[in-house]
Structure formats: structure tokens, C-alpha cells
Design a protein around this ligand. Structure first.
Ligand code: R2B
Ligand code: URA
Length: 258
């Protein structure tokens, strides 16, 4: 006779254990959870074996979709003490290109510290302040590396690279050079030091899940000087490695203690 620890009367669900990171009662009623964009499913893959040791994530343009699935994945894998990092590039305001900006908050085009999501016709607002302690620890790490300048600042998150970032070089432009400069100066006055396109939803989802998050982006140009990214491939490549270097060192220091 075969023995089993499983209670035959208990229905198997995709998410049988309670998990601190997700907050959706429907997950517990699902027999299987298919993470469509990753081509993974809880019935076909052993999430815990595959991802149980995962401690961090990263940001991409489809970051909202990715984070929904990453956060559920972390739950299925029963990960604990997770930190999330969005590393990447940005346009700076009043900074030397190559400066790394560690975000203290992500703001929208009106410089408000929130992310608005339209859910079934209703606008829901989520706060976008990032973990202060993590930002300070990253800044300390950058000083230890001592190879490039890093600062803590406010990050403007837009849904467009051209008009959304007040560029004059898009396919359309119905404003003037003066309008652009006025907006960027107002942004600077509001504490904004860089502009990118993922931090708001990243910060909002970190806050909703309780995962401490950091946004670490290098600036590729100073938007007060122009709109085109004109540095050489080699220079841009080296710039792009800076956030990776910084977060890499932080992870090593924090999780690889001898
Ligand atoms: C930074 O760079 C990309 C646009 O070039 C975008 O993904 C971002 O946030
Ligand atoms: N990424 C952005 O979103 N904006 C820039 O200016 C540069 C990189």
C-alpha cells in the first residue's frame, strides 16, 4: 500500500500556502497558476526548486506584467527576505553624464509621488516612495567602490521617451525650446535628478507587496544640454555597467558574508 503525506480530502491548489508577498484570495482557488509571459506553470515546473534561492529582480519596459508574475513566482518558491532592484539607464537633469542616481521617490509628470492605475474605469493611486535605508546603504557602497559619482535624488517616471520627457527631437513637437527648459528647471526645483520609464510602477508594486525596492539608474546625458544620446558605444557601455557594479557589490556584501 502506498503511503502519502497528502490529505486526499484536501483540494490541491496552485497557492496552498499563505504568502506574505501576494494579496489575492483568488490565487488560493486556482488548481494551477500559469505565468504566461515566462512560459512557466505551477503544475509543470517546480518553482521552489527552480527559484527558491532567488533574492532580487530587475526592471524592463513591461515591468508591471513582469512584477505581477515575479511576485507570484517568489510566493510559489516560498522566498523570504527578498529585495528588488530596478537597474538601468536614464536622462539626467543638471548632472554629469555617467552619474548614478539612486531614487528616493519616483514622481509623475506633475511631480507627485504616486502611480495611478486605471482599474475597471477607476483611477487607483499608489505611493511611490522607495526604501530609504536601502538607498542609503547603496550610496555607502558606491563610496566604497569610488569609481563613479552616485547621488540620491528624485526620479521622474514617464510613459514616453519623447514628448513625455519634453524632448524636442520626437516625430511631433507642439511646444518650444523655452517650454522644455522651463519644465526641466521646474523638475530640478522639485528635486528631480533623472528621468526614466519604469520606476513608478516598480516602486508602487514594491510598496504593495512589502518588498524593499531600490531604483538605480545611470544618466546617459544631461537633458539641460540636449536630447540626443551622442556618446560613443564604449562610453555608454561603461556607463550602463555602473548600476550593475553597484548593486552587484551591495548583494555580495549583504548576502555573501564569509
Ligand atoms: C530607460 O531607458 C529606456 C528608454 O531608452 C527606458 O526603458 C528607461 O526607463
Ligand atoms: N532613458 C530615458 O528614459 N530617458 C533618457 O533620456 C535616457 C534613457
Amino acid at each position: 500500500m502506498a503511503s502519502s503525506n497528502k490529505d486526499p480530502c484536501k483540494k490541491e491548489t496552485a497557492c496552498s500556502a499563505k504568502c506574505a508577498y501576494v494579496s489575492n484570495p483568488y490565487l488560493e482557488t486556482m488548481k494551477e497558476d500559469v505565468l504566461y509571459h515566462f512560459d512557466l506553470g505551477t503544475k509543470t515546473h517546480d518553482f521552489r526548486a527552480m527559484f527558491g534561492d532567488v533574492k532580487h529582480g530587475m526592471g524592463i519596459p513591461s515591468i508591471s506584467i513582469m512584477l505581477h508574475e515575479i511576485i507570484k513566482l517568489l510566493c510559489h518558491a516560498k522566498c523570504t527576505e527578498v529585495l528588488a532592484f530596478r537597474i538601468g539607464t536614464s536622462g539626467g537633469i543638471g548632472l554629469l553624464p555617467g552619474t548614478v542616481v539612486i531614487s528616493k521617490v519616483s514622481v509623475n509628470a506633475c511631480f507627485d509621488p504616486c502611480f495611478e492605475q486605471n482599474i475597471m474605469g477607476m483611477l487607483v493611486t499608489y505611493p511611490t516612495v522607495l526604501n530609504e535605508c536601502l538607498a542609503q546603504e547603496l550610496l555607502k557602497c558606491s563610496k566604497e567602490i569610488n569609481q563613479f559619482n552616485s547621488i540620491i535624488g528624485t526620479t521622474l517616471c514617464t510613459s514616453d521617451f519623447y514628448e513625455g520627457q519634453a524632448r524636442l527631437d520626437g516625430a511631433f513637437c507642439n511646444y518650444t525650446y523655452e517650454d522644455k527648459m522651463n519644465y526641466l528647471h521646474c523638475a530640478y526645483e522639485a528635486g528631480v535628478r533623472n528621468i526614466e520609464m519604469e520606476s513608478s510602477v516598480f516602486a508602487a508594486m514594491c510598496n504593495r507587496s512589502g518588498i524593499p525596492g531600490a531604483v538605480v539608474c545611470v544618466t546617459l546625458l544631461d537633458r539641460l544640454q540636449g536630447d540626443q544620446i551622442g556618446s560613443s558605444h564604449e562610453v555608454l557601455k561603461e556607463y550602463q555597467e555602473r548600476p550593475q557594479k553597484l548593486v552587484g557589490r551591495y548583494i555580495k556584501k549583504k548576502f555573501c558574508k564569509k
